[in-house]
Design a protein around this ligand. Structure first.
Ligand code: GLU
Ligand code: ZN
Length: 299
């Protein structure tokens, strides 16, 4: 299935950084990839700050990220959305899943789960200990959603067919943690739908999250999206660039050099002369010459 239906659709894409530190090369790649794919298709590009996990949020870093995007010449359409201000939407989605009988409280500790489960694609597969528990009010508890063994598959625009059976690959997963924080999977599914997103372009570290998000989209009656998972930037030790691995912040004094490096990383072959031009020239070239097929992973 090589025909890319992207061109005929109304396109709304997004960049959804977590404000846990400044923009680094890894997040720059996701920003540039999502921006170019949207602009190449004459679409809109939105920015959503994923600060739902308030304990991990670093004050000021959302602003730092936005200022960096501006300095790099990346303009977003529409007002920036902050997940921390949208918890009532996540709560409403949970109510709906509860109404469908798909939600249950879980009081298992990390250790209890680790001791009694096998490890799946993205960590321990929850063994279902609390599956038949009725709802409780008292005592801190997480909320999990029931999964099943239906095959969930999608055609990634870079890596092709990807499939999971949630019950055996992932297990029943948490939608609200015991500390009250709504899970990334839930917030993303709700917000992508609420913002009318049609195309998701992000790092391949989230490939294995996508079936969980598709599952929630189906349960909540949201439209299906198109996905493009970009190669993940790593350091010399092979670790994903992140705040945890001390990735260096993007220095906007060297905007052109960083953007060219990101384009190279995305296999877009930027011509050397771009280094001597200005940012507008670079974006013009990059939008016109965006080739997703260069990201395609051979099987
Ligand atoms: N907030 C996530 C991150 O920074 C990205 C979420 C997404 O693009 O779906 O890793
Ligand atoms: Zn449990």
């Amino acid at each position: 299935m090589n025909n890319d239906t992207t061109k005929v659709m109304r396109y709304r894409g997004r960049f959804a950084p977590s404000p846990t530190g400044p923009l680094h090369f890894g997040s720059l790649v996701a920003a540039v990839g999502s921006y170019l794919d949207a602009k190449h298709h004459h679409g809109q590009w939105l920015v959503r700050i994923e600060d739902v996990d308030t304990p991990r949020t670093i004050p000021g870093s959302a602003d730092t990220i936005l200022r960096t995007l501006e300095a790099l010449g990346m303009e977003w359409d529409e007002t920036v959305v902050y997940q921390s201000q949208r918890t009532h939407f996540y709560q409403a989605a949970l109510h709906e899943l509860q109404r469908q009988g798909l939600l249950y409280p879980c009081t298992c500790s990390r250790k209890e789960i680790a001791d009694s489960s096998i490890v799946g694609i993205s960590g321990p597969i929850y063994p279902g200990t609390c599956r038949n528990r009725p709802m409780i009010q008292q005592k801190a508890h997480a909320l999990r959603t029931r999964t099943n063994n239906e095959i969930i598959q999608f055609q990634d625009r870079a890596s092709g067919l990807y499939r999971q059976q949630l019950a055996c690959d992932i297990g029943d997963f948490v939608l609200r943690r015991a500390d009250g924080v709504y899970a990334y999977q839930l917030a993303v599914a709700v917000d992508d739908a609420a913002q009318g997103i049609t195309h998701v372009v992000r790092g391949a570290d989230l490939l294995d999250s996508t079936p969980r998000q598709i599952y929630l989209q189906r349960l909540l009656n949201y439209p299906t999206l198109r996905y493009l998972h970009l190669p993940v930037a790593t350091n010399t030790a092979g670790e994903k660039l992140s705040k945890q691995t001390n990735a260096a912040p993007i220095d906007t004094n060297h905007a052109l050099a960083h953007l060219i490096e990101a384009l190279r990383f995305l296999r877009q072959n930027p011509p050397p002369m771009l280094e001597y031009g200005n940012i507008d020239d670079l974006w013009l070239w990059a939008q016109q010459n965006w080739h997703v097929d260069r990201l395609r992973v051979a099987h």
